[in-house]
Design a protein around this ligand. Structure first.
Ligand code: PLP
Length: 318
């Protein structure tokens, strides 16, 4: 009788023992330390990224998604914050893949690079401050629900580009996101939708947003203070390629959320997340809509390597 093959036992992930990159070295998380006076900790002077890696069990392979685009964005954001990145995109990709390999993930994982001003001194400024670079990885399943989430329009407006460079993933900007997210969670919702200072829909705390009305797919224009998401770009591309639907990038009003047939959020962590309720009003019939469901399916097929057409978005780790 054939014996069932058992999956090898893997030690549970322990963050403190995991391999990280810190200032040019591979080391253990517990040994990568920063000082209490670190500039970025006090003044929010860092830029970061969030990159997903999907485990494809059939192929026993882990794929990172659009990793070079994430590191290019990190470098562009660093430029906006007057940082000097000496490590190039290829090196950043290589070291991240090495970390994922060393940490031995056989499950979905996440890469969190952070470039931050590391001077340990008093003084608010961004020029002439030395930087440090760290990369941490960890396992990551769903971040927000993918079966239908309930949202509220936040009382916090999205930070305006006249106040800080909102197109960057600058750490300091995330106080805005955190305030909105906590308000939503503590009010019994799953996620916040922030408006711009002049009242247009901007984005979620860590997601871009799309609206479907009468078959037309729209998303806030990049001038509405959004982070120009890489998932947003994937979804625009997939809607066109796979469904023949062009996305309209324009300003969207709050009441359009109430009258929409479908609303969904997208982001590296959030993936494609259908919104079934906004401000206690059901979206459409209160179930994830057909266009959202289809895009969610197409997106997951692309990022997990099941659709070879999008292989160029993926980098195998093993
Ligand atoms: C504020 C904000 N908007 C949008 C996104 C989605 O961007 P991406 O798809 O590149 O992850 C993120 C996540 O990175 C974010 O933090």
């Amino acid at each position: 009788m054939a014996q069932a093959t058992e999956a090898p036992q893997r030690a549970p992930f322990r963050l403190e023992d995991s391999w990280v990159y810190f200032n040019g070295e591979l080391t253990r998380y517990a040994d990568a330390k920063i000082g209490l006076l670190t500039h970025a900790l006090h003044y929010g002077t860092g830029v970061f990224e969030g990159i997903r890696a999907y485990w494809n069990a059939d192929r026993e392979q882990l794929y990172t998604v659009r990793m070079a685009d994430h590191f290019q964005r990190l470098r562009n954001n660093a430029h906006a914050l007057q940082m000097r990145t000496t490590v190039n995109v290829d090196e950043l990709c290589a070291v991240s893949n090495e970390l994922l390999r060393r940490n031995g993930y056989h499950e979905d994982a996440y890469v969190r690079p952070i470039l931050f001003k590391s001077q340990e001194a008093i003084g608010v400024k961004i020029h002439d401050v030395p930087d440090s670079l760290g990369i941490v990885t960890l396992p990551l399943g769903d971040y927000i629900g993918t079966g239908g989430i309930r949202c509220m329009v936040s009382s916090w407006r999205r930070i305006d580009d006249t106040m800080a460079p909102v197109r960057t993933k600058c750490t300091g900007l995330y106080i805005n996101a955190a305030l909105a997210k906590s308000e939503a969670l503590e009010s019994g919702f799953d996620e916040a939708i922030m408006l711009t200072h002049d009242g247009h829909v901007s984005e979620g705390s860590g997601e871009n947003i799309f609206v479907v009305r009468r078959g037309v797919l729209s998303t806030p224009a990049s001038s509405d203070n959004i982070l120009e998401g890489i998932t947003r770009d994937c979804v625009i591309h997939l809607a066109r390629e796979e469904m023949g639907i062009d996305t309209v990038e324009r300003s969207i009003d709050r009441s359009e959320l109430y009258l929409a047939d479908e609303v969904f959020m997208v982001g590296t962590a959030a993936q494609v997340a259908p919104i079934i309720e906004v401000d206690r009003r059901t979206v459409g019939d209160g179930e994830p809509g057909p266009m959202t469901n289809r895009l969610q399916e197409i997106y997951l097929d692309a990022v997990t390597g099941r659709n070879p057409k999008y292989a160029e978005w993926l980098t195998p780790v093993y």
